[in-house]
Design a protein around this ligand. Structure first.
Ligand code: ATP
Length: 326
């Protein structure tokens, strides 16, 4: 099986709304695919269809080598789904929750307990396994959720916004858990509002808009589609901004953007290092003191904005990962 997830020309309408309008997806086995898109793009619809929870109108889909429409039981047996809302019971311990999930999946009592302990260990919850879930941190709860989605060791796992509302530490914990699963051979389809999450976890990213994939590639390939890198300069004296903007304009491929409050000027440039050297030499000769300088690649956020015409959700901005390579 080359592709763990395959969708061809999927269509799904809700009344007048085409939620999926010729959706194509190919996810090689053992990889993570990030499914990104603005609100209403069709992400949840796609995941629900692939997880056999929703019928579709036209097209074809295979998951774990089985036809989603024709062999839904075979598909269900091989997938896990971790939704946005915790499926675990707060009053019970982590171990009790996992044993109940195991029993729901028809494991025998002994096997369910064995599997629960195995998963608690795998997700770093062995010590907390006997405590009620209400005493867990957000990251621990999501890891327990992941564990619950892994009871049957699925070969394909659907993760719908797995780290929404987690603090940075909780997000890191979940990311590590997902990486472990992938190392063990699981294929993951991840929907997320956090572009840096997709950047870090996904081998490939599909950008969905109005029910169809409008761009696809590795995070790096998508970023390099924007073509040019960006130089950002901060000058010590705000009066030097026009001079700095003038020097930057000569190497830029677009009009420099000036921010007086930050005493900064930035622009897309064609030739990374050459442009930076030229600007810095010229400003030095002009007697302009540069307080800070950054040369950075486009962020996934900028790619997303260019592709969809919309920014990612404000809380989901790709952070300040400025890469200074000068
Ligand atoms: P979000 O990021 O907001 O969760 P999404 O990308 O997951 O969005 P979907 O939930 O798949 O998008 O919705 C795709 C389109 O289908 C939207 O226009 C939505 O309003 C519509 N839609 C989804 N579910 C239904 C439904 N049960 N009835 C009617 N319209 C629906």
């Amino acid at each position: 099986m080359e592709h763990a997830i395959l969708a061809e020309g999927l269509r799904k309408r809700y009344g007048d709304t085409a939620a999926l309008d010729g959706f194509d997806l190919r996810v090689p086995a053992g990889t993570v695919c990030g499914l990104l898109g603005p609100n209403g793009a069709g992400k949840t619809t796609a995941v629900r269809i692939l997880a056999t929870l929703l019928r579709f109108d036209a097209g074809r889909a295979e998951v774990a080598g089985f036809d989603v429409a024709g062999q839904p039981d075979q598909v269900r047996y091989r997938i896990g789904l971790v939704g946005q809302h915790p499926a675990v019971d707060e009053a019970l311990s982590g171990r009790e929750n996992l044993v109940i999930f195991g029993r729901l999946f028809h494991l025998g009592r002994t096997e369910a307990k064995r599997r629960a302990d195995e998963l608690l260990g795998r997700f770093g919850l062995a010590d907390a396994g006997g405590r009620p879930v209400r005493t867990y941190s957000g990251g621990m709860r999501r890891r327990l959720d992941l564990a619950a989605g892994m009871i049957l060791a699925p070969s394909v796992l659907f993760l719908d916004e797995p780290t929404t509302a987690l603090d940075p530490r909780g997000r890191n914990e979940v990311w590590e858990a997902v990486r472990d699963l992938v190392r063990a051979g699981t294929t993951v389809l991840l929907t997320t509002q956090y572009l840096d999450e997709a950047d870090r976890l996904a081998n490939r990213i599909c950008v969905l808009d109005a029910g169809r994939v409008i761009a696809e590639g590795t995070p790096d390939a998508l970023k390099s589609r924007l073509g040019s890198d960006r130089i950002e300069l901060v000058v010590r004296d705000v009066a030097d901004l026009p001079t700095a903007a003038g020097r930057l304009r000569r190497v830029a491929v677009a009009e420099p953007e000036v921010d007086e409050d930050r005493r900064s000027v930035g622009a897309q440039v064609g030739d990374r290092a050459g442009a930076l050297l030229e600007v810095l030499r010229a400003l030095d000769a002009d007697g302009v003191t540069v307080a800070d300088v950054a040369l950075r690649r486009p962020t996934l956020d900028e790619v997303f904005l260019q592709l969809t015409g919309r920014a990612a959700a404000p809380a989901a901005r790709y952070g300040d990962t400025v890469e200074v390579t000068a």
